[in-house]
Design a protein around this ligand. Structure first.
Ligand SMILES: Cc1ncc(COP(=O)(O)O)c(C=O)c1O
Length: 409
């Protein structure tokens, strides 16, 4: 495990931009292991690594998750899946989102599994499979829209599509799936409604003589809240990163945030009564105030909406943001002990009792940790990957590179 002393050593040795995201792969692995023990042995765990691993970096996260026991990966786009395949990842990869017809053959040639929700698309997969001269039938997952009203076949169309897939010598109906709209809602009624609708459609498909080998429904919130809904596979995204799927959902014991955000004071200065700080002059000093400049702004995903209530931890002290967060710089209030170069924890893991977590910041600006995490991306914000106290990979302006590839699994 990476200790605070390891982290200090690592950040002291870092010669790049002073503002970095630290991704603790030991924490990620432990989170995956905890979810594996939570689900039954007959349920497989899909690690959802879309949106560049929710901002954490899809390649190292996927490798670490698989090494810790994840069975397969979920992405949103063909590009995301291709990136994983091209780094040598061999595990099954399901493209969860809708894709363009023009991307289909590339997806098949990369052995990405596709989600089908209409007959035209299923026919297109058939044609592409023949064009590519693939020998084996192509596995597809049929997605049913049970109430999300986004992507998926209507319950009425599902039987026809399932029958078509199962009758095709070129396709294999690998699974039938749906996605919950409100699994994080305190009231489980809609989730249970969706589940009932899903079960009814699956029964109708079976009654039409089609074998449904696997079914899957659960995202993070459902995996944490509804053990009855594990079925053949759970698709865990946000909670694997140690972030809450909803404000009222506690993570399982031991699941912790994987990403923390660090910087250093670039300047310490005093602001006198009558002076203001930052664009628009929204904060004015009522008394002499010590200020510290942090080289981080909304272009790094540190959201401008937080100008009024975000804070950081400087030398263990809660340091509120002063004035507007700008594109590349933020000013915080510091105390008289603060010096240029002092370490700043912009986002912590909740253990030091001072630094905010991503969940805290999301709540403050009325958004969800999903949106914040997916905005904190490399290369602008260098990502340092640590494992057993050592730097194992870096993603920054020079690209993604593994310092110690064997350590990643
Ligand atoms: C189809 C599907 N399954 C699973 C997930 C993972 O959701 P979560 O991050 O809430 O676990 C997503 C993400 O939105 C998704 O689109």
């Amino acid at each position: 495990m990476t200790t605070p002393a390891d982290l200090d050593r690592l950040l002291d040795g870092w010669r790049g931009r002073p503002t970095v995201a630290v991704i603790d792969l030991d924490v990620l692995r432990e989170n995956v292991r905890l979810f594996k023990t939570l689900i039954s042995s007959t349920t497989s765990l899909m690690a959802v690594v879309k949106a560049d691993g929710y901002g954490h970096g899809s390649v190292p996260i996927a490798k670490a998750a698989l090494a810790a026991g994840a069975d397969e990966l979920g992405v949103a786009t063909v590009d995301e899946g291709t990136r994983l395949r091209d780094t040598g990842i061999d595990a099954p990869i399901l493209v969860l989102g809708p894709i363009g017809a023009n991307e289909r053959s590339r997806a098949l040639s990369k052995r990405l599994t596709l989600v089908v929700s209409d007959l035209g698309f299923a026919r297109g997969v058939e044609t592409d499979k023949q064009m590519l001269r693939l020998k084996e039938p192509v596995p597809v997952h049929l997605k049913i829209d049970t109430g999300m009203r986004r992507f998926g076949a209507s319950p009425e169309d599902s039987v026809e599509i399932a029958t078509f897939i199962s009758a095709s010598p070129h396709l294999e109906l690998a699974a039938v799936m749906t996605h919950f709209a409100a699994a994080d809602d305190a009231d489980p009624a809609f989730t249970l409604d969706q589940t009932r609708r899903f079960s009814t459609v699956c029964e109708t498909i079976r009654a039409a003589g089609v074998t449904v080998p696997q079914v899957h429904l659960a995202n993070s919130a459902a995996t944490i809240r509804f053990p009855d809904l594990f079925r053949d596979r759970v698709r865990v995204g946000i909670a694997m990163y140690g972030l809450q799927p909803g404000p009222d959902i506690d993570l399982p014991d031991g699941v912790k945030p994987v990403m923390t955000l660090h910087s250093r004071l670039g300047r310490v200065f005093s602001v006198q009564p009558g002076e203001s700080v930052g664009y628009g002059r929204f904060w004015n000093a009522a008394k002499p105030t010590m200020a510290g400049l942090v080289p981080l702004g909304y272009a790094d995903g540190y959201r401008r909406h937080g100008s009024d209530n975000f804070w950081m931890s400087v030398n263990g002290r809660r340091s509120p943001v002063l004035g507007r967060i700008s594109m590349d710089q933020t000013v915080v209030e510091v105390d008289a002990r603060a010096r240029k170069g002092d370490p700043v924890i912009v986002v912590g893991d909740g253990t030091d009792g001072v630094a905010p977590t991503l969940n805290d910041l999301a709540t403050l600006i009325d958004t969800i940790p999903y949106e914040l995490a997916t905005g904190l991306v490399a290369p602008r914000l260098p990502h340092l990957y640590v494992q057993q106290g050592e730097l194992v990979a870096i993603s920054d302006a020079s690209g993604y590179r593994e310092v110690n590839p064997t350590a990643l699994g």
